[in-house]
Design a protein around this ligand. Structure first.
Ligand code: AMP
Length: 215
């Protein structure tokens, strides 16, 4: 799943993973968990996350290799936040061969919309559930509806880091859209509106892609 920060990748990937019974693999989540844990990976990536920079390709690809293509690898998966540049897409194509990917979803949301969403985003420190203070606030301010954990604002949801992450999206990740279009597995989904509307479009796009594959 590709798309600007704030386009709803995490939310939609979580839903897809529940619908199709396959794991949701988020490199950003894996890194945030490692930072929280204070382990070696966390110490290595912390600075990149804080600044909104991309973690080096070999580190990210090693995480994907372990979670998705290692021993006990799942039958299917929803990737959220990987690949983020052409080098990672090439690494993924090699790891996923010969079966390849069923579909790459591009969640399309304009910059003004994602800026609004990112500044209002809050995340549960315990279970990772995401809230938007404007369009989907928690029932009790500061507290997760799902598990009662405390909500926090991501360190990289500051104005400066957001600006840097969006710049990197344009220069590094947006070229993937054409790359995947050429590889004939791209589906573009309108990611404006509420999460339920977007989820319906996402599911329709996945079904269309899977039908195409079966045909
Ligand atoms: P996300 O939760 O997907 O917005 O990712 C948060 C941060 O994790 C990014 O700003 C990067 O610092 C890092 N990150 C996540 N995925 C990747 C990736 N595929 N390549 C490089 N850095 C990544």
């Amino acid at each position: 799943m590709i798309g600007r920060q704030g386009s709803g990748k995490g939310t939609q990937a979580e839903r897809l993973s529940a619908t199709y019974g396959v794991p949701h693999v988020s490199t950003g989540e894996a890194f945030r968990a490692a930072v929280k844990d204070g382990n070696e990976l966390g110490r290595a990536v912390q600075g990149y996350l804080q600044r909104g920079e991309l973690v080096p390709d070999d580190v990210v690809t090693a995480v994907i290799k372990e979670h998705v293509f290692g021993p006990g690898a799942p039958e299917g998966f929803v990737l959220d936040g990987y690949p983020r540049n052409i080098a990672q897409a090439e690494a993924l194509a090699t790891m996923a061969a010969p079966r390849g990917l069923d579909v790459v979803l591009d969640l399309e949301a304009p910059v003004e919309e994602v800026l609004r969403r990112l500044s209002a985003r809050r995340v549960c420190s315990r279970c990772g559930a995401t809230y938007n203070l404007l369009s989907g606030p928690p029932k009790q301010p500061g507290t997760c509806d799902v598990c009662g954990g405390a909500l926090y604002q991501r360190e990289d949801d500051t104005e400066q880091a957001i600006r840097r992450r969006l710049e990197l999206y344009e220069s590094e990740t947006a070229p993937l859209i054409n790359w995947y279009r050429e590889h004939r597995c791209l589906m573009t989904v309108d990611a404006t509106g509420g999460p339920d509307d977007v989820a319906r479009r996402v599911e329709a796009a996945v079904e269309a892609a899977l039908d195409g594959r079966a045909a």
